[in-house]
Design a protein around this ligand. Structure first.
Ligand code: SF4
Length: 169
């Protein structure tokens, strides 16, 4: 089997309705001009570390807020999608070099707006494990904390934490 796939698209069923609390949350973040932070997630241990780190990164910086990638990608009429698509930039924390969610996000909002972060080089652990259940919860949290601190330092250094100035005042 060849270890690569050229660019591809995905057919997705249409959808009706809103997540009421998602609408309220996303509208609030839009109003406050927050930079969305997305992540991939477990059950893979690398995805889980990315998810936990994304939560910590978003909590630590007032210009950032967690966004829901599911709603942003798959409910196009939602406020979550409007917030993510209209942002000047979006921080995307993926669990490994495959950058699954980052690649989809680049197609959705344009590569130049995605601040892509591969969390794995920030810890380089668990190369022989798949499941997040193979690592004690407290250890996962401690690793995620370390990863989050390094990501915050990287974002600060590159000036990516400045608020979203693309929105109209
Ligand atoms: S980037 Fe893809 S393969 Fe890697 S941890 Fe995230 S979802 Fe899993």
């Amino acid at each position: 089997m060849e270890g690569k796939t050229p660019d591809f698209s995905l057919d997705v069923q249409g959808v009706k309705g809103f997540c009421p609390v998602g609408e309220t949350y996303a509208k609030q973040q839009l109003e406050e001009k927050k930079i969305p932070v997305l992540s991939c997630e477990g059950p893979c241990v690398r995805g889980e570390i990315a998810r936990l780190a994304a939560n910590l990164v978003a909590k630590a910086e007032p210009t950032l807020a967690r966004a829901c990638h599911g709603e942003a990608f798959f409910v196009p009429h939602s406020a979550m999608a409007s917030w993510v698509k209209g942002a000047e930039k979006v921080v995307m924390i993926d669990g490994c070099f495959l950058q699954c969610h980052g690649r989809a996000l680049k197609g959705l909002i344009g590569e130049e707006k995605v601040v892509e972060i591969d969390a794995l080089p920030f810890h380089r652990k668990y190369g022989d494990l798949f499941s997040m259940d193979a690592v004690p919860e407290q250890e996962l949290k401690a690793v995620a904390r370390q990863v989050a601190d390094k990501i915050i330092a990287t974002l600060k250094q590159s000036g990516e934490l400045a608020g979203d100035r693309s929105r109209k005042e």
